[in-house]
Design a protein around this ligand. Structure first.
Ligand code: ADP
Length: 257
C-alpha cells in the first residue's frame, strides 16, 4: 500500500539562526491519490517532499509509508525534480535505464522498461539522442520516464514543469494525468501554481508561509479528463485565491502590530 501518514512533522534547519521550515504537519495521503501541495516559495514544500522521499528526516514527528516508519530513500518512491539532471554524455535511452542499470537489471528487462516508458511519455524515436538535442519539455519527459522505469509505487514531483513554457506545461499536465490514469501510482505534486494544483489534484493542500503549516485542504471531485474552463474548477481556484489573500492580510496585520 503506497499511502503516507504524516504525523506531527516539523523540520528545523540548524545554523547560526535555526529556521523552523515546517511546523506540525499532519496529513494522510491515500494509496493511488493525486495530491497537490501548493504554497509560496520558501514555505517548505521541497522540504516536505524530501521528507516523503526519505532524503531528509523530520526534526519532530514521523512519516509512515505503507504503515512502516520511513527511514531513508527507497526505489518505491521515485522523485522528479524541476531540473531533470540528465547525464549529457549518455543517450536518452541510457539516461532512462540508469536506475535499472544500477540495480543490476538484465539487458532485456532494461530495454522493455525503457521502451515502454519512453513510449508512454511521448519520446519514441528519441532513444539515441543526447540531452542537448532535446527541448526543455522533452528533457522533463525523459526525467519522468527515468523515474517510471524504476517501477516506483509513488511519484514525488517537485515543480517538475516549472521551467518550461506555458503551452508546453499545459501539454505536460495533460500527459501526466493520462499516465497517472494508466499506472494509478500515488502522486505527490509540489507547485506554486494555483491552476496547476487544481487541474491535476484530487486534493490540494495549501501551505502557509514561514514556517509551513497546513492552511487548508481543498477537495477537487471533478472527474478526468478535466477542462481548464470547467466552472467548478475555476470556483475551487477562486476559493484558494481567497484563502491565500486571507493569509496575506493576517500577516500584514501581524506585521503592523
Ligand atoms: P519551497 O520548496 O516551498 O520553496 P524549501 O523547502 O525549499 O521551500 O525551503 C524552505 C526554507 O528552508 C527556505 O527558507 C530555505 O532557505 C530553508 N532550507 C531549505 N533547505 C535547507 C537546508 N538544506 N539547510 C538550511 N536551510 C534550508
Amino acid at each position: 500500500m503506497a499511502g503516507f501518514s504524516i504525523n506531527g512533522v516539523s523540520k528545523i534547519y540548524d545554523g547560526l539562526t535555526p529556521t523552523e521550515t515546517l511546523s506540525n504537519i499532519n496529513l494522510t495521503i491515500k494509496d493511488g491519490e493525486f495530491l497537490s501541495i501548493l504554497g509560496p516559495s520558501g514555505c517548505g514544500k521541497s522540504t516536505l517532499l524530501e521528507i516523503l522521499a526519505g532524503l531528509q528526516l523530520p526534526t519532530r514527528g514521523e512519516v509512515l509509508f505503507g504503515g512502516k516508519k520511513l527511514q531513508g530513500p527507497d526505489k518505491k518512491r521515485g522523485v522528479v525534480f524541476q531540473d531533470p539532471s540528465l547525464y549529457p554524455w549518455r543517450t536518452i535511452f541510457q539516461n532512462v535505464e540508469l536506475g535499472l542499470e544500477i540495480r543490476g537489471a538484465d539487458k532485456a528487462e532494461r530495454k522493455a522498461a525503457v521502451q515502454k516508458y519512453m513510449d508512454m511519455v511521448g519520446l519514441r524515436g528519441f532513444e539515441q539522442k543526447y540531452p542537448h538535442q532535446l527541448s526543455g519539455g522533452m528533457k522533463q519527459r525523459a526525467g519522468l520516464a527515468r523515474a517510471l522505469a524504476n517501477h516506483p509505487e509513488v511519484l514525488l514531483m517537485d515543480e517538475p514543469f516549472g521551467a518550461v513554457d506555458h503551452l508546453t506545461r499545459l501539454q505536460l499536465q495533460d500527459d501526466l494525468l493520462q499516465i497517472w490514469e494508466a499506472e494509478r501510482k500515488t502522486v505527490v505534486f509540489v507547485t506554486h501554481d494555483v491552476s496547476e494544483a487544481v487541474f491535476l489534484g484530487d486534493r490540494v493542500v495549501l501551505l502557509s508561509p514561514r514556517p509551513g503549516r497546513i492552511n487548508s485542504i481543498f477537495h477537487v471531485p471533478q472527474k478526468r479528463p478535466r477542462r481548464r474552463d470547467d466552472i467548478e474548477l475555476l470556483k475551487i481556484q477562486n476559493d484558494i485565491y481567497a484563502a491565500i489573500h486571507d493569509v496575506k492580510t493576517q500577516e500584514d496585520l501581524e506585521f503592523v502590530i
